[in-house]
Design a protein around this ligand. Structure first.
Ligand code: C5P
Length: 218
């Protein structure tokens, strides 16, 4: 099979990672969760008490950080942080960290390197517009903010994390605002991306819709 790349962008909680994981399995290609990478950097900043306004400290951290994916788990400096990066305290700061130019430069480089040698499906905010501008297929996955908040609320509840629906809704709205108005590579639909609306659709329905688009495009 020829090397393929699929970009899935969209706002928080639209279902990108759930859908991308299933498609990666079906097509036997690699799944890269770029949001997890921004979350890992945020966790490191919080853990090490790094002052993000101190450029020297920030660059030093970025030069030494190690982020790796192994079997769909994310490792930060050798430790599996797949669960911890989903915690509300990371979610609260991640968009601020992701708006920093130096952080984006570092992670975009890593993301392109991963995609260089293998077929991938990558999800995030700037994949179709920046990271993989030449992706074979670009999807912009959306859903109403209420539905996205409902899904995130259910997900966290199931993991036993105490949160209120209103807090989640506010956090998602705030994140979307920062992500789509930041200066460097904001969340935006690529001109050649196809919009898929996951509101009121089952996971299977969305997967099927996207697989149809993929089979048409490649
Ligand atoms: O995908 P997820 O919601 O886990 O992403 C967390 C945050 O990481 C986003 O709200 C956004 O601020 C940032 N992000 C980004 N660019 C990407 C992926 C995620 O700025 N490609």
């Amino acid at each position: 099979m020829k090397k393929i790349s699929i970009a899935i962008d969209g706002p928080a909680g639209a279902g990108k990672s759930t859908i991308a994981k299933i498609i990666a399995k079906k097509l036997n290609i690699e799944y890269i969760d770029t949001g997890a990478m921004y979350r890992a950097v945020t966790l490191k900043i919080l853990r090490d008490n790094i002052d993000i306004n101190d450029k020297e400290q920030l660059l030093n951290m970025l030069n030494n950080i190690e982020i790796k994916f192994v079997n769909n788990r994310i490792y930060l400096d050798g430790l599996d942080v797949s669960e911890e990066i989903r915690m509300p305290h990371v979610g609260k700061y991640v968009s601020q960290v992701a708006a920093i130019k130096e952080v984006r430069e570092k992670l975009v480089l890593l993301q392109r390197n991963i995609a260089k040698n293998s077929s991938v499906i990558m999800d995030g905010r700037d994949i179709g517009t920046n990271v993989l501008k030449d992706a074979d297929v670009k999807i912009f996955l959306i859903a109403s903010v209420e539905e996205r908040a409902k899904r995130r609320y259910k997900e966290l509840k199931q993991k036993g994390i105490e949160v209120s629906y209103e807090d989640i809704l506010r956090e998602i709205e705030k994140r979307d605002f920062i992500d789509s108005t930041r200066e460097v590579n904001p969340l935006k639909k690529a001109e050649d991306a196809i919009i898929v609306d996951s509101s009121n659709k089952t996971i299977d329905e969305v997967v099927e819709e996207i697989l149809n688009i993929i089979s048409f495009k490649i």
